[in-house]
Design a protein around this ligand. Structure first.
Ligand code: SAH
Ligand code: MG
Length: 193
């Protein structure tokens, strides 16, 4: 795929949960306003959000992790087609099974929702001093505020996990978090100095 539209359409047709338009615009603005240059992304899918973020500025470097080999392969191809191999490093692995050494201005958590707390706790040490963690899908299509509407057991368990993560952020003594109802719900967590 060589254009953003093609990636968006492919994602829609194949149920690949790439970030919503509003959500990525919000993050793009954050990156510009805060002069973010080093980004760690958990959950690449087919490379859409990484490509969008890399296109903001050629000084931006991104490390992104994906555990699904099919999606990883597609992301690799898409990144090549956009000539972004010098800006985006993609790793095929489970993010919870590997160590990442770099320090980042921004960590974008956008992988398995049931494991958000684990991702947060694991990767917070990879943040620069004034670093930020952004998390996607915290409204989960509005279900988090309306858990009584969820009938399926598995889905209910997942919504509960997301609400646990929200509580974890609210109560966190190391980070200050703001929640935004943009896209599918985004949180911005900043280290308290
Ligand atoms: N950030 C992407 C969308 C990611 S969708 C975009 O907006 O374009 C979430 C992805 O996270 C899925 O492809 C899934 O395979 C991956 N994922 C889930 N848990 C993971 C884990 N523990 N480690 C690595 N990748 C994971
Ligand atoms: Mg998402």
């Amino acid at each position: 795929m060589g254009s953003l539209e093609e990636i968006e359409n492919y994602a829609k047709e194949n149920n690949i949960p790439i970030i919503q338009k509003q959500g990525i615009e919000f993050i793009e603005n954050y990156i510009k306003e805060n002069n973010v240059k080093a980004i760690l992304e958990i959950g690449s899918a087919i490379g859409y959000s990484a490509i969008k973020m890399a296109l903001i500025d050629n000084k931006i470097k991104i490390t992104t992790i994906e555990r699904d080999v099919e999606r990883y392969n597609m992301a690799v191809n898409n990144i090549k087609n956009f000539n972004l191999t010098n800006q985006i490093d993609i790793i095929l692995n489970d993010a919870l099974d590997i160590e990442v050494n770099g320090k980042y201005d921004l960590i974008f958590i956008d992988a398995a929702k049931a494991q958000y707390i684990k991702f947060f706790e694991k990767f917070k040490s990879n943040l620069n001093d004034d670093g930020t963690i952004i998390t996607d899908n915290l409204d989960f299509h509005g279900l988090c505020e309306n858990i009584e509407m969820v009938k399926s057991r598995n889905l209910k368990a997942l919504v509960k996990k997301i609400n646990k993560y929200r509580e974890f952020l609210v109560e966190n003594k190391e980070f200050n978090t703001k929640f935004y109802k943009t896209g599918d719900g985004i949180a911005i967590s900043k280290k308290i100095k």
